[in-house]
Design a protein around this ligand. Sequence first.
Ligand code: GSH
Length: 218
Amino acid sequence: MLTIYGVYRSRAIRPLWVLEECKAPFTHIPVIQAYRLTDSTAASAALNTAMPDYLAINPLGQVPAMRDGALLLTESLAICLHIARKYGGSLGPTSDDESSLMEQWALFAATAVEPAAIEILYTLRDGQADTATGQGIIRVAAEKLKRPLARLEAHLAPQDWLLTRFTVADIMVAECLRYAQSHSPLLDSFPNVARWLTAAQSRPAFQTVWAKRAAEPE
Ligand SMILES: N[C@@H](CCC(=O)N[C@@H](CS)C(=O)NCC(=O)O)C(=O)O
């Protein structure tokens, strides 16, 4: 049985969304980020990323991790690709070329989108959006996202999804871009990206994992 380690309020939501799309059976172990606990070492502490048992699974002390038989993976997008390929049917690649395209979108998400998007997320989360420093961080991050967003905008002009149908590529890119989504002006100049993101997040599988995320303590 496939096992996912990581709460919904973490990058674990990426493979959990993929699994919800495929309806594949799995065991969920809701390991929480240690930094979110007052005392991650207390006897009563929830299962967390600083515990020796979890560090034996992922020495980086991060979630998600995944076990599937003898296979252990500790990168969210690699986990998404693995699940889609093995259990996802049309969510995964149906040819070598599609496999390469999905890998390309995974790397695009991780390198061109996520770093700047997460700067925006942290600035908003820390209540810095109205400070001069926070506004500066958001302005620079939004600038960094312009070219990747322009690339997505052109790509999505003639089509609904990144490949010829909804796939794991859409989940990976949408999830990384979501970090910047609360900065609402960002997508104003990219209507195709906004349409695509709305469509991805309207899917019943996303709605299900999003509700599970909302049910977890903040
Ligand atoms: N590149 C990794 C990053 C994983 C990551 O940073 N996870 C965060 C939660 S979203 C975490 O576990 N942080 C705990 C920590 O760094 O102490 C991935 O995509 O899986």
